[in-house]
Design a binder for this molecule. Structure first.
Ligand SMILES: [Cu+2]
Length: 144
């Protein structure tokens, strides 16, 4: 069956593309979770799609002040979800913060105002539903 072969191939490719590190496999359901340690995020970068949210979970005993920016310095970035009244989210021990939806594709940086070492790059891809229709940019070449 030709069709079956196609499906098998697509499945294999999808697995190869998607195959996350084991620790990430079960975290898609309610927003990807970024854990926080003493002076570090649980990861340094993450890739999501427009419309997704992120959850920041502070399992450390430390206070973190999450802000858009780098090296503990605020850098408001157009398109980034709101971090609150002063562009800062205060995260105490046990806090879980669900961000607003990331709606604008691009690369954003998040840091902690108290811990310059904390840096997270968020890569936002076009939303899953509109990804194939990327012709708005006109760079996809001729398509049928
Ligand atoms: Cu911190």
């Amino acid at each position: 069956m030709k069709l079956a072969c196609v499906f098998a191939a697509v499945g294999a490719i999808a697995l190869a593309l998607v195959a996350p590190r084991p620790s990430e496999s079960a975290r898609h359901a309610s927003g990807r979770v970024i854990s926080m340690g003493h002076e570090v995020f649980g990861r340094s970068k993450i890739t999501i799609h427009a419309g997704d949210r992120l959850t920041f979970a502070n399992g450390s005993a430390w206070l973190h002040v999450l802000i858009p920016g780098n090296g503990a310095r605020l850098d408001t970035q157009p398109g980034i979800p709101s971090f609150g009244a002063r562009d800062a989210h205060l995260s105490e021990h046990g806090d879980r913060w669900l961000t607003g939806a990331w709606t604008v594709p691009g690369t954003y940086f998040i840091t902690c105002q108290l811990h310059p070492e904390m840096r997270l790059a968020v890569h936002v891809l076009p939303s899953r539903s509109t990804a194939p229709a990327a012709s708005a940019h006109g760079s996809a070449g001729p398509t049928g």
